[in-house]
Design a protein around this ligand. Sequence first.
Ligand code: ATP
Ligand code: MG
Length: 410
Amino acid sequence: MINVPKGTKDVLPCDSYKWQFVEKTAREVASLFGASEIRTPTFEHTEVFLRGVGETTDIVNKEMYTFLDKGGRSITLKPEGTAGVARAFVENGMNSQVLPTKLFYITQCFRYERPQAGRLREFHQFGIEFLGATDANIDAETIMLAKTFLDKVGIKNITLYLNSIGCKECRKKYQQALKDYLSDNIDKMCPLCKERLEKNPLRVLDCKNQDCKEITKDAPKILDYICDDCNSHFEKVQNLLTIAGVEFKVDPNIVRGLDYYNRTVFEFVSENIGAQGTVCGGGRYDGLIADLGGSDVAGIGFAVGIERILMLLENTGVKIENPNKVEYYIAPMGEKESQKAFEIVCKLRQKGITADFDHMNRSIKAQFKYADKIGAKKVIVIGSDELNNNCVKVKDMQSGEEQMVSLDSF
Ligand code: ATP
Ligand code: MG
């Protein structure tokens, strides 16, 4: 037997309807906020992620699926959605079309990580990218969209952590202060953070190593360093969220794992799915489009991990109704009746009613068992007596009620 590669999963029919529900909700909520779908390739030139995600991130450092294709090009399977969307935005001249451009995507992502609950090598994200607006009201709107989605799929008890990491200017001062502080503790830091300290000290705040976490607890806080403009932007975001009734906690240690963020950053974290509690992460990335060769276009977005959403729904006992159940299962008692069953399913399907019938020449008892397994709501029994009287017996599988119905009614 050949197994799936480590860190990947099959989605079987017993679960696929839950995925469909989450994806449908994502599409509905995105459209409620005026976002349109964008689909970008599963792989990009590696350069897109080196520039778009950043060389000091975990993703670029150790998690990318990168290979040379037969033409000798360096290709990478997308580890996240934003960089590809930004590349497409620039390449297709979308900045000369409608601004702000409101986009969403649902895509698989690939990261070479140690597989564990809520951490896979192939996983899926629902993401939003709003491009072209700098006003804090679009930050609030982005966060509102994420919250609306989480509410609509049925997630409760989730905490929104909010922070501002300032702009290039105010971050410089902060980075120096942080570097000074961290340099005094360098001996206790993990090897990767020692490197980060030189290249991008903010990354150290995002490290999951326990020793590093201990050190960063007392580190200088970005919010004490941000400039007046960044501060009033952040105040406005908070004010609008308060008006919208969205609860949040300001957490100065949230910096997000990707290099491209500035100003607003946020995470939705749940206590109900263990260590991998971050369900959604996002923020503003005003420099990204320019970094990828475009003009100076602002942006803000987020990504939600669909596997983590499903895990959370499962762990908190939220039931998702399977909408794919067959309305009618037709159970013929013999060969002649089987042809009638075929005629009836054809008619029902033409009317848009889901219907199925026996393909295995099973006994009536076995057919009822099958109908039960596929969750059929009603079973139509066709016997020779019934056929002679031009009628069939319809059994409601839930109530057990039986009714004779004229064949002409189908
Ligand atoms: P984490 O801190 O858990 O590694 P991250 O900061 O790397 O998350 P992002 O790059 O912000 O995550 O991705 C957005 C969302 O995608 C995460 O909040 C999470 O729900 C999901 N996600 C990220 N990596 C994985 C993975 N390997 N498996 C499943 N879901 C993931
Ligand atoms: Mg990660």
